[in-house]
Design a protein around this ligand. Structure first.
Ligand code: GLC
Length: 439
């Protein structure tokens, strides 16, 4: 058993030179993507740059990045401060109807969202709107975004290849909502960066480490304008990576094989599945739970990232929470302490590699924008993994410190909670000529 874990660790955990190699190759993929060459990084323009911090007014924000949508009203105070005045979160599922399934159309999906927006409005007020749409989209302006391809298992029909803001505008017209004026569409990474830099001008990288994974940054010379612009890299699709047999298996059995390779190694959507595939293999090799075949480890996607977090959070000497989890979720009573330790080690190995890969991509970005490390860089991060996975944030900062050694003081990672939604309000404000409605 100990040997199997040792081999697993050797196959997953990266040595520093490997991390640097990945960072190099990431930096090359960035340059290729910017130059319009073949690259796994789409390097999508946002048509936005850093906010000034003096944007002001009340704005409506819609945050759509998965199976839930949030509608928020945000007051930007104009001095780098903001306040969320109200918000509502709802699943994209209405009684028996799932708006994210292939049966649903984009128009139905956005009409449902429009209805929810309506319920947040006060009569007689005009609301400039920012939409956070966290899927790879080709923008031709700050308020136009054509969905390239759904990710994160969303499958609504009639959206890929279409301008999302047009679908939203049509839904608002159909519902007779005239108070809401769409101004901007952004990715959640861009929202996170806008929110962090509204408060702190040193923020120049925005990232999500949650269900999905992606990073944006401020490109000093964007290809279209030659000016600074936030670029959404869609880095979850980066693919020059050392794969294990488990990664290959997970990818093959996923909805879109060959795509989102990095996301499938670091995203909350997949972390639990990787742990499950490893444990299943160990059970098949008779290394664990010899007398049983626990269903949870044979059912795809039944081990969630929350389960991985629970395994890692248990620091008790006899791992009693792991034991309880095995009893309730796995129907395994009487697990051996060695088995519980193995389970926890597997979770830890998967998370350490995720952190290392994310750190490698951040390193690639910093090498691209500031090779001599002459400035301070703040990486604004949001997402459940960064916020809640035990050890994730801390290991990330340690890994970056080790990579940048003497100069590590120049690099800060920072949780930017709810940045994706607030950022949509900031984006709307930065293009809004009226300055929003008075607060
Ligand atoms: C997926 C999406 C990307 C988003 C990320 C985090 O990778 O393609 O646009 O930023 O998830 O939500």
């Amino acid at each position: 058993m100990v040997n199997a874990v040792r081999m697993l660790r050797a196959g997953f955990v990266l040595a520093e030179p490997q991390i640097l190699e990945i960072a190099d190759s990431f930096q090359k993929a960035m340059a290729d993507g910017l130059a319009g060459k073949q690259s796994s990084l789409k390097m999508l323009p946002s048509y936005l740059t850093k906010p000034t911090g003096i944007e002001k007014g009340v704005y409506l924000a819609v945050d759509f990045g998965g199976t839930n949508v949030r509608v928020l009203t945000v007051e930007l105070k104009g001095s780098g401060a903001y306040q969320t005045l109200g918000w509502q979160s709802f699943p994209l599922q209405d009684r028996d109807y799932n708006f994210t399934s292939p049966k649903a159309t984009g128009h139905e999906l956005f009409s449902f969202i429009a209805e929810k927006i309506k319920s947040m409005l006060s009569p007689g007020r005009i609301y400039p709107l920012g939409l956070t749409f966290s899927f790879p989209s080709r923008q031709t302006g700050v308020d136009r975004a054509i969905l390239i391809k759904w990710t994160k298992e969303i499958q609504t029909s009639g959206v890929e290849g279409h301008d999302v803001s047009e679908i939203l505008k049509r839904a608002l017209v159909d519902k007779n909502i005239t108070q809401v004026i769409p101004k901007a569409i952004i990715n959640d990474t861009v929202g996170t960066l806008l929110t962090a830099s509204y408060i702190d001008q040193s923020a120049d990288i925005g990232s999500i480490c949650g269900t999905g994974h992606n990073t944006c940054y401020i490109e000093p010379k964007a290809p279209i304008t030659g000016q600074p612009m936030i670029i959404n890299m869609e880095s979850g699709n980066f693919d020059n990576l050392p794969l294990t047999d488990y990664d290959i298996k997970l990818d093959r059995q996923s909805q879109a094989p060959g795509e989102q390779r990095l996301e499938k190694m670091v995203g909350g959507q997949y972390i639990g599945e990787l742990v499950r595939l490893i444990i299943q293999d160990f059970i098949d090799k008779k290394l664990l739970f010899k007398e049983s075949r626990p269903e949870i480890f044979y059912s795809p996607y039944h081990v969630k990232s929350e389960d991985v977090a629970l395994l890692l959070a248990d620091t008790s000497p006899d791992l009693k929470d792991v034991d309880q989890w095995l009893k309730t979720k796995g129907h395994i009573s009487g697990s051996l302490i060695e088995e519980r330790i193995t389970l926890r080690s597997v979770a830890s190995i998967v998370i350490i590699r995720a952190v290392q890969l994310v750190a490698a991509t951040y390193t690639g970005v910093i090498m691209h924008i500031d090779p001599g490390l002459t400035k301070r860089h703040t990486i604004a991060i949001d997402g459940s993994l960064y916020e809640l996975m035990p050890g994730f944030a801390n290991k990330l900062s340690i890994t970056l410190n080790n990579i940048f050694k003497g100069k590590h003081q120049s690099i800060t990672t920072k949780l930017t909670k709810d940045g994706s939604g607030v950022g949509a309000a900031i984006a709307a404000a930065s293009v809004d000529q009226t300055g929003g409605t008075p607060g």
